[in-house]
Design a protein around this ligand. Structure first.
Ligand SMILES: C[S@@+](CC[C@H](N)C(=O)[O-])C[C@H]1O[C@@H](n2cnc3c(N)ncnc32)[C@H](O)[C@@H]1O
Length: 228
């Protein structure tokens, strides 16, 4: 338990995408450091801290009380966004989970398709699959960032538009906004993906599996690396 939660760079980066005056719902809040930070700093008007498990909900309650935020943050033990409808969030944060679980939580709730609701997502794995699913279901990626916190993490901000679309392999892998903005960590991020794709390529070659897709991706990534 901490009185003043100092956010790690990963959560601080996600917090930066939350809009001023937001009613923020943190799904999978665990310790609730993110909603505490957002409410104490005045960025969020109020927050709903959700978690499916009892331990995290208890931890969240304790930390919220210790930080004097009991009037601003409500804890809800629930699966994803179930029961968050009355809170009517403007911003929904889902950090620290796998990309596929994040997608499942998003598509299970009508809240995420409400006009103007911003989703702030930080997948630990399967970011390309998350992007692909978002685009196929009519969500649009409005912003993205890279942040170093030991390893490099990606943060994605998305909103529902109803327009279904798709991304190229390289856009799925690096993120369309990251690809356009080319932030500070971009070169290192590309190098990491080249190494990963080379491993996949080798494994496929050894097993006689066609690997044109990886070959094309690696050459695109190599070219991008040379540009920065
Ligand atoms: C690794 S922690 C991440 C905590 C925090 N969001 C962060 O990024 O540091 C994942 C949390 O998500 C919760 N969780 C997992 N599945 C969930 C679901 N379907 N709905 C709500 N919470 C869930 C877990 O109980 C756990 O507290």
């Amino acid at each position: 338990m901490k009185k003043k939660p100092i956010l790690d760079p990963r959560l601080l980066c996600a917090a930066g995408f939350v809009r001023q005056g937001a009613r923020v719902c943190d799904v999978g809040c665990d310790h609730a450091y993110l909603p505490i930070f957002l409410c104490k700093s005045g960025r969020a008007e109020k927050a709903l801290a959700c978690d499916i498990n009892e331990g995290p909900c208890r931890r969240a309650e304790e930390n919220i009380k210790l930080n004097g935020c009991a009037g601003l943050i409500t804890v809800l033990r629930t699966d994803g966004l179930c029961g968050a409808e009355n809170f009517d969030p403007t911003d929904v944060v889902i950090c620290g989970m796998g990309g596929e679980l994040i997608a499942k939580i998003i598509f299970a709730s009508p809240i995420t398709r409400k006009k103007g609701v911003r989703l702030i997502l930080q997948p630990m794995t399967k970011a390309p699959a998350l992007r692909d699913a978002l685009m196929a279901r009519g969500f649009s990626i409005v912003d993205e960032a890279l942040v170093r916190d030991g390893r490099i993490y990606q943060v994605i901000a998305a909103e529902f538009t109803g327009r279904r679309s798709s991304l190229s392999d390289v856009e799925l892998l690096l993120g369309p906004v990251i690809l356009e903005k080319r932030p500070e960590l971009f070169r290192e991020f590309v190098e990491k993906h080249i190494a990963e794709q080379k491993k996949i390529l080798l494994a496929k070659k050894l097993n006689g599996i066609p690997c044109e897709r990886e070959e094309k991706l690696i050459s695109t990534l190599e070219a991008l690396k040379e540009e920065v």
